[in-house]
Design a protein around this ligand. Sequence first.
Ligand code: AMP
Length: 178
Amino acid sequence: MNNDIALIRRAIRDIPNFPKPGIVFKDITPLLSDGHLFGRTIDMLADRYRSQKIDAVLGIESRGFIIGSALAYKLGAGFCIVRKPGKLPYETHKAIYELEYGTDALEIHVDAMPANARVIIADDLIATGGTAAATAKLVSKLGGTVVECAFVIELSFLKGREKLKPHGVFSLLQYDSE
Ligand code: AMP
């Protein structure tokens, strides 16, 4: 288990100054392309929620679709997609959230999950927590309960988990600095 965590960490590639100067992008594509490590990543997340009667996993566009849909399959749960504005074809709810400069928004279909659903919010990485917090607002608009927010990577120094306090955060790998 610990050895797998070390191998997963080694399979994540740092790309400095992407997508803009000053950001160190955590590239998970080498992890995804390794069948054993991708499987272990999903298994370790699923182990945590197996006995928790999860109805649905929400995946945040776009790497959250990869992690979230595999996790949903493993848990026998449904998968709900959360997308950038204008991408979803049916009627949506929208949540607006703050960025460093300006705002962004996420949308979900109004019938994305059953009423009172117990859900996990999944993404590849938590940085400031704004994206996941906006997703949690969408869940409450639909009458669901966020059991936890699950990530492969947590940039702990950005303290995103404080924004998600009411729900809780679980991550496989933590980075204390860039
Ligand atoms: P935040 O809302 O600040 O927690 O940002 C999280 C979202 O932005 C996730 O969907 C991540 O995939 C993406 N993201 C933020 N920072 C990084 C980073 N350093 N490397 C890769 N993805 C990132």
